[in-house]
Design a protein around this ligand. Structure first.
Ligand code: URP
Ligand code: ZN
Ligand code: ZN
Length: 475
């Protein structure tokens, strides 16, 4: 890797902004100082008037994930590439548990999918969707495989859900072995009843996805799991929080010293159930569902007040119309998608494209609109995830000794966004026609420029697996 000096940029870290030069040697940042002189043979990039930010860390992606009769449309190459174009240089993906198999075989399978394709650095979490004595015995061995975080679900009955007693036992185990429990918070029983009723009454449209997954389920599940965190003293990280009431419960628990942290996502800040009444509503189907404007506002306030720790993407894209191919890197690609649920909302694959949109959209709607500061942006999209998941200060900060993962943004540059610019391997973008700022001009991963002015310079297989043998900080 050639050495490089980025001069005169405003270097934004979670704890402050300074005008400084950043010297990169090989894969690492060697020095950050007000004026650095280098010999003529070192490449210099002038970032005057630009911002230099730590690469984004997205702790919530689903690449190549089988769902219903299909698979999520980005794999561990196309998803990494899309992430990089949006300024994200580290991702963490969830490994689904195969009932009856060892966790090790699932981890091996996810490495087979990811290792040769990875274009940026990545890590894994393990979903635990079947819990018994054998699984409990195997969980601590995940640490030897570099996996220190476990996701559990209080929804998706008969598929992914664990019972409360199992979640409680898993949290005791996680506490004992210094692992982090992550929680999908909805009420699976209520959803099951409401879905049965809706279908029997002939309701098939996408809006019923939201109507059968009430916000109250998220509210009580956040509190229920927080009470288990209080009783086990085990840290808990609640993923994709979408409701004002859930945030209230998170605050209730945190105010009492319970080690619980919260993640929200751009979709829950920027869209509402109104989107599920559109003709193309299935594009917005995700679980948990979009809610209303007062939830959006409360979630923004939660970011502004540092009540949430992280903004993840929950990137889980599907084609809107998988019968029509798109061109991707010169090939025609089509993958069955949202059309699978055209006559039945329960058959619409759950999830949406977001990994590449996350940073620019939060910059545009958050920082540029004065809802959060640039430093909070860095904390919530990068630094806090690095700290919580135990990869700080290797990642998530621009400082001497850290990996040279960073991006350069021209804060004045505004573009007309949409599917033509976003790099996800799917046939739509949720922000079609939006005016967006914060798209990085240049993106560096371990000192290598992988995106330059909209040009892809990265490649398959260059990403490194980040083994994490213990969890990080409780923020
Ligand atoms: O709809 C979503 N979010 N799909 C991904 C799975 C999950 O629960 O995060
Ligand atoms: Zn989830
Ligand atoms: Zn998810």
């Amino acid at each position: 890797m050639a050495d490089l000096l980025i001069k005169n940029g405003e270097v934004v870290n979670a704890d402050g902004t300074v005008v400084a030069d950043v010297l990169i040697r090989g894969e690492k940042i060697e020095k950050v100082a007000s004026s650095i002189e280098v010999p003529d043979d070192i490449q210099v990039i002038d970032a005057l008037g630009k911002l230099v930010l730590p690469g984004g860390i997205d702790p919530h992606t689903h690449f190549d994930l089988p769902m219903f009769e299909t698979v999520s449309a980005d794999d561990h190459y196309t998803g990494h590439k899309a992430a990089a174009f949006g300024g994200t240089t580290t991702v963490m993906d969830f490994i689904p548990q195969t009932p009856g198999m060892t966790l090790k075989s699932d981890v091996d399978l996810w490495h087979q999918k990811a290792d040769s394709k990875a274009a940026i650095d990545w890590s894994f979490h393990m979903n635990i969707t079947q819990f018994d004595a054998r699984v409990a015995q195997e969980i601590p061995t995940l640490l030897d495989a570099g996996i220190a975080s476990l996701k559990v679900f209080t929804a998706y009955n008969h598929r992914l859900r664990l019972q409360d007693r199992e979640i409680f036992q898993l949290m005791q185990l996680a506490k004992e072995h210094n692992m982090l429990t992550m929680l999908h918070a909805e009420n699976g029983d209520v959803i099951e009843v409401l879905v049965e009723q809706a279908l029997s009454e002939g309701h098939s449209k996408p809006i019923w996805h939201a109507r059968t997954r009430p916000a109250w389920g998220a509210v009580e599940s956040v509190l229920r799991a927080s009470s288990m965190a209080a009783q086990t003293e085990a840290p808990l990280y609640i993923v994709h929080m979408n409701t004002a009431g859930g945030l209230d419960q998170l605050n209730y628990a945190r105010d009492r010293g319970v080690p619980v942290m919260g993640e929200t996502c751009p979709q829950y800040l920027l869209f509402t159930e109104e989107n599920l009444l559109r003709k193309d509503a299935s594009k917005w189907i995700a679980s948990p569902p979009l809610r209303n404007e007062s939830d959006n506002n409360a979630l923004w306030q939660g970011l502004s007040d540092n009540q949430f720790q992280v903004i993840g993407s929950d990137h889980c894209p599907f084609f809107f119309d998988g019968s029509k191919p798109i061109e991707y890197e010169g090939q025609q690609v089509s993958i069955p998608g949202k059309e699978l649920g055209v006559n039945d909302f329960t058959k619409i694959p759950n999830g949406l494209p977001m990994v590449g949109d996350r940073l620019p959209l939060i910059w545009t709607a958050g920082v540029d609109k004065g809802k959060i500061t640039a430093e909070q942006f860095v904390a919530q999209t990068s630094t806090n995830a690095a700290r919580i998941f135990g990869i700080f200060p290797q990642k998530g900060v621009i400082r001497a000794g850290s990996d040279a993962d960073l991006l350069i943004i021209d804060p004045e540059n505004e573009v007309d966004y949409g599917v033509a610019l976003s790099q996800h391997r799917t046939d739509y973008n949720l922000f079609e026609g939006w005016k967006i700022k914060g798209i990085p001009e240049k993106v560096f991963s371990r000192g290598e420029m992988i995106v330059d002015q909209g040009k892809w310079l990265g490649r398959m297989g260059r990403g490194k697996f980040l083994a994490r043998n213990q969890t990080g900080e409780t923020l």
